[in-house]
Design a protein around this ligand. Structure first.
Ligand code: FAD
Length: 416
């Protein structure tokens, strides 16, 4: 349909203001908000749903993938480690079928050797999504972050080279939020796109949505239901269509409907395979489960081939969840907008190309990039500096002071 209609111009009431406004309350947004608030900034987090954690909780994606390098060394600290520990803080007993798993014992034993850790399971957890929602919310409130749920960012209003306000919609109607700096943690680079930053979209998402069943005896079972996807973010490599882009209203509904169909078929198979059990769907995803949709095209786009490379402006380390060994350092340039002085992006919508996306889009890396973006935004604001020219080495020092493990040695290749 090509018809258009003109919306009358109107003045928006300014409903709130904050030093750092975080758009999106997934794992990246939570980490960004925590980091900025702890650095002394006033922080407002705007979340479209009424829950925190994004895909990790509302999407039932409940494996906090490894924070070690697969060679026996922990390579992530700071808020990535804090949210890792928080994910299973209340889990006393593993429940393998439900997917609840504390860290492997070899990592909990302070006397275990690097060799024993390298030979054992990776340092990851499996968490209860609803327990995690409660814990993430409590952590934000304790840090003094103001949360506004049920609030969608709809437009970025510019003044010169800055975003001065975000237009938001919620039960109050359409209002404006005044911002010192903005962190785009929407997963889809919504703010970057709305602010006119260059972005790139991936159109190879598949149907997928993890869900729980409860069956006879009250046993909870996590089903990791998904069509196969291409690790290079294309449509080859055994990927199973239909394919979705995810940055368009029709496409989002299309992916949700295809995922529900997959879940219905999964349930039918379970019931056919276990005719004596009563399988009930218990918790299905309540947000679209896209792996990668739209992302910032920053001044640098991280590539698979950058593994083990130390960047002068490195602000995070990222291990590889798929293989033992690779570690990337992530430059500040992957997290900052190029045309807007006060805008950063983090999580799955930061600047990496399709060769690196599959390693970078996961929960631990979302947390680490969120912390760097949130702290960087707070520090730049305090210094009166545009985010792209923030001294990234100073930011890295501040991140180290907060427990982040950031060094060329940890990024370097290790013998198997
Ligand atoms: C099927 C599947 C399986 C996966 N398996 C794993 C796994 O086992 N382990 C792992 O570590 N990773 C896994 N991942 C990847 C990982 O879960 C996500 O990439 C990661 O959680 C993304 O975090 P995020 O904070 O960047 O974005 P999201 O989790 O997408 O959070 C973005 C948040 O922003 C909100 N939002 C969006 N737009 C707006 C707006 N305009 N205004 C306000 N709010 C907005 C959303 O509601 C959401 O809460 C999987 C992904 C999928 C799809």
């Amino acid at each position: 349909m090509n018809a258009t209609v003109r919306e009358p111009a109107r003045d928006l009431p300014v409903s709130a203001s904050a030093d750092v406004v975080v758009a999106g309350g997934g794992i990246a947004g939570v980490a960004a908000a925590l980091a900025a608030a702890r650095a002394g900034a006033s922080v407002l987090l705007l979340e479209n749903t009424c829950t925190l954690g994004g895909l990790a909780t509302a999407g039932n994606v409940t494996i906090y993938l490894p924070i070690d390098d697969g060679r026996g060394r922990v390579v992530m600290g700071g808020i990535a480690r804090e949210l890792f520990d928080l994910s299973v803080a209340d889990i006393k007993h593993p429940a393998p079928v439900a997917g609840f798993r504390p860290p492997p014992p070899v990592w909990l034993d302070p006397a275990s050797t690097r060799e024993a850790r390298a030979a054992g399971p990776r340092l990851e957890t499996g968490f209860n999504p609803d327990g995690y929602v409660l814990a993430l919310e409590e952590a934000l409130l304790r840090a003094g972050v103001r949360i506004l749920y049920d609030t969608r960012v709809c437009a970025a209003l510019r003044g010169g080279d800055r975003v001065t306000h975000l237009a938001v919609e919620n039960k109050s109607g359409r209002t404006a939020v005044a911002c010192g700096a903005v962190v785009d943690a929407t997963g889809d680079a919504d703010v970057c796109f709305l602010a006119g930053e260059p972005t790139v979209s991936i159109d190879a998402n598949v149907a997928g949505g993890w869900f729980y069943t409860v069956q006879d005896g009250g046993k909870l079972w996590l089903h990791t239901s998904s069509h196969a996807f291409d690790k290079d973010a294309g449509k080859g490599g055994g990927a199973e269509g239909p394919f979705f882009r995810g940055d368009d209203g029709e496409q989002v509904t299309g992916q949700v409907l295809a995922t529900r169909d997959l879940i219905r078929r999964g349930l039918a198979n379970l019931r056919a395979d276990h005719p004596d059990e009563d399988f009930q769907p218990f918790k299905i995803p309540t947000i679209p489960c896209f792996r990668m949709t739209r992302r910032l095209a920053g001044a640098y786009e991280l590539r698979e081939g950058d593994m083990h490379r130390w960047f002068d402006d490195a602000v995070c380390l990222a291990p590889d969840w798929r293989r033992r060994g690779p570690v990337w350092s992530i430059p500040w340039r992957c997290l900052v907008a190029t045309r807007t002085a006060n805008l950063a992006a983090c999580g799955r919508c930061a600047s990496w190309d399709t060769s690196a996306w599959d390693a970078m889009r996961v929960i631990p890396v979302c947390a680490a990039t969120g912390e760097a973006a949130g702290l960087g935004a707070a520090l730049a604001l305090r210094a009166g500096a545009p985010l792209p020219s923030l001294d990234a080495r100073r930011l890295a020092d501040e991140l180290r002071a907060r427990g982040n493990l950031l060094s060329p040695e940890l990024a370097a290749e290790q013998p198997a």
